[in-house]
Design a protein. Structure first.
Length: 196
């Protein structure tokens, strides 16, 4: 199977071809428009999505009511709120489309059935979750150990679509800085690149 959107599964080396085919067929294509909510605070997630095309983000409202971006989802990534989906509890996060988005959706019950039926899917799930935990841990450490400029450059390197399409305010809140600081960083980088 060569569908690029399903590389989140097919990159895992232990799946058999027929297992991948069954997993792929369990997904349903869905389309969201810019500004559509994929998941809203207070609701329980009943599916997860693979983002085929577009850009989405998750955010929370802090104690002052400010919108704080917690994650950006780019193409071929899984859009998920793990705690809500697997613990069956209402989410504190919102997930919204920054652009029009095309996704492949799998609902919770279907995933659970496949998870228990296909041993390699449960192995994949453990590997994927371990990687996600590592990524989130690394990000939380970098918020304290890297400069704002370095965090911005990392985002630019790993998720250039975010820099291209997300509003400045959302990027700034994700990086833990003000809009003004982010504008200054971008100007300094442009100025530096011109000198080089």
């Amino acid at each position: 199977m060569s569908n690029k959107v399903f590389e989140v599964y097919s990159d895992f080396p232990f799946f058999f071809e027929e297992e991948l085919a069954e997993i792929f067929l369990a997904h349903e294509k869905v389309v969201f428009r810019k500004g559509d909510f994929i998941l809203e605070e207070g609701k329980t997630a009943n599916e997860y999505f693979i983002l085929e095309k577009g850009l989405a983000r998750s955010f929370v409202n802090d104690f002052n009511g400010n919108d704080v971006t917690t994650h950006f989802f780019v193409e071929n990534e899984i859009i998920i709120e793990v705690s809500s989906l697997f613990q069956r509890i209402p989410t504190q996060e919102n997930i919204v489309c920054i652009t029009d988005c095309v996704c492949q959706k799998i609902d919770f019950d279907t995933f659970q059935n496949l998870y228990h039926k296909i041993q390699n899917l449960s192995e994949w799930g453990r590997a994927w979750m371990s990687n996600e935990l590592f990524t989130y841990k690394q990000r939380s450490v970098e918020m304290f150990t890297l400069s704002a400029t370095k965090r911005y450059l990392n985002l630019l390197q790993h998720k250039p679509h975010v820099i291209q399409f997300a509003p400045l305010k959302q990027i700034a809140s994700y990086l833990g800085i003000t809009d003004t600081s982010l504008s200054r960083i971008r100007k300094e980088l442009v100025s530096h690149s011109r000198k080089v």
